[in-house]
Design a protein around this ligand. Structure first.
Ligand code: NAD
Length: 309
C-alpha cells in the first residue's frame, strides 16, 4: 500500500517537484522513514504526486499506471513519454539499456511526470513476475500494459534459420507478451478483484505481409500476436479489460539495424502508399488512443499504422 505523507516529511522533495526513482532491485526495505538521498523511494514520490494531483482536482490520474516493455528507445520510449504527458505513472522496462532507461525516466520527471525504470527480460518468467511486483510496490497495480518489447534478427531466408534463432525470436515477441499479459490480467481483471484496464500489443504489418527473404520468423511471431490479441480480448472482455494491437508498418527506429539494414526505411519507403516511413510518435499516439476511454468499445482490434502499406 502507498501511504499518504505530508510533503515536509523525509524523502519528499521540499520544492514539491515530483522526484523520480530508478529501480533495478526488487527488495523492500523495512524502515520507510530512513531515506538516502541517492535512493529515492517510490512510495514517497507517489505521495508527493498524489498531493499535487489532489490540489489540481485530478486524483483520478493516480489510477493510471502504465508499463511499457522494452521502453527505453524507439516506439516504446515514445509511448512512455506520451503516456507520462497524458497522466500515467510510467514504468519503463528495459533488458540491457540501463543508461537509456534512466535518462528517459529523468526526462519524464523533469517534465513533471512520474516514472520508474525496471530491468527485466520479458522472455524470462521470473523477470516478468519480479517486474510486476516492483510496479505494485512503486506505483500500484498496472492499469495499462504496452507489450512493446520485440526483436528481429539478421535478414535471411527460412532455409538458413536454426532452432536457437527461432527460440529467441519467439521468446521475446510471443512468450514475453503472454507472460506480461498474464501478470497484468491478474491485477486488472474484475474476476481477481481488479478495476479493469487495457492492453495494447505491438504486432506488425509483417503479420499480413510475411517478410519474405527478410525475417519470416519475426512475421510469424507477429501473426501469433494478432491471434493472441483476438483470443485474449474475447477471454477477458467481460472482466473490464480491453485488448488491442497496433500493426506498424516501416517505422524509423533502431530495430532495422538488428536485421543488418539500418537504412531499411529509406529503401522500403517507395513501396509505402504514403511514400514515407513512419515516426515512433505516430505509433505512440495510436497506442495511447487504444488505451484511453476514447476507445472504450474497441477490443480485439488490429489497428494498421502503416501509411497504407
Ligand atoms: P527497438 O529495437 O528500437 O525497440 C525494442 C526494444 O525492446 C529495445 O529497447 C530492446 O532492448 C527491447 N527488448 C528486446 N527484447 C527484450 C526483452 N526480451 N525484454 C525486454 N526488452 C526487450 O524497436 P522498435 O521499432 O521501437 O519496436 C518496438 C515494437 O514495435 C517491437 O515489438 C517491434 O516488433 C514493433 N514494430 C516495429 C516496427 C518498425 O518498423 N520499427 C514495425 C512494426 C512493428
Amino acid at each position: 500500500m502507498i501511504a499518504d505523507r505530508p510533503m515536509s516529511e523525509p524523502g519528499i522533495e521540499p520544492s514539491g517537484v515530483v522526484a523520480g526513482v530508478y529501480v533495478d532491485s526488487v527488495s523492500e526495505e523495512p524502515n520507510n522513514d530512513l531515506v538516502e538521498p541517492t535512493a529515492w523511494r517510490p512510495r514517497f514520490v507517489l505521495s508527493a504526486t498524489r498531493q499535487i494531483h489532489m490540489a489540481m482536482g485530478r486524483e483520478d490520474l493516480l489510477k493510471k499506471v502504465m508499463v511499457v516493455t522494452g521502453g527505453s528507445r524507439g516506439i516504446g520510449a515514445a509511448t512512455a513519454r506520451l503516456g507520462a504527458a497524458r497522466g500515467y505513472a510510467v514504468c519503463v522496462n528495459y533488458r540491457q539499456s540501463e543508461a537509456a532507461a534512466r535518462s528517459l525516466v529523468q526526462e519524464i520527471v523533469s517534465g513533471g511526470g512520474q516514472a520508474i525504470a525496471v530491468a527485466g527480460d520479458v522472455g524470462c518468467e521470473p523477470d516478468v513476475v519480479a517486474l510486476f511486483e516492483e510496479i505494485d510496490r512503486a506505483l500500484g497495480p498496472v492499469t495499462a500494459l504496452v507489450n512493446n518489447a520485440g526483436v528481429l534478427e539478421r535478414q535471411m531466408r527460412v532455409e538458413h534459420m536454426d532452432a536457437e534463432r527461432l527460440t529467441r525470436v519467439l521468446a521475446t515477441n510471443v512468450t514475453g507478451s503472454f507472460l506480461c499479459a498474464r501478470e497484468a490480467i491478474r491485477r486488472m481483471s474484475t474476476r481477481h478483484g481488479g478495476q479493469g484496464g487495457a492492453i495494447v500489443n505491438l504486432s506488425s504489418a509483417a503479420s499480413r505481409l510475411g517478410s519474405a527473404n527478410e525475417y519470416v520468423d519475426y512475421a510469424a511471431a507477429k501473426g501469433a500476436i494478432d491471434t493472441f490479441t483476438i483470443g485474449l480480448a474475447r477471454e477477458v472482455a467481460a472482466e473490464g479489460i480491453r485488448v488491442n494491437a497496433v500493426r506498424p508498418g516501416v517505422i524509423d527506429t533502431e530495430i532495422h539495424a538488428a536485421g543488418g539494414e539500418p537504412g531499411r526505411v529509406e529503401r522500403v519507403k517507395a513501396s509505402v502508399p504514403m511514400q514515407r516511413g513512419g515516426e515512433a510518435e505516430e505509433v505512440a499516439r495510436s497506442i495511447l488512443w487504444l488505451l484511453s476511454e476514447e476507445a472504450s468499445y474497441s477490443t480485439g482490434a488490429l489497428l494498421d499504422i502503416s501509411g497504407g502499406r
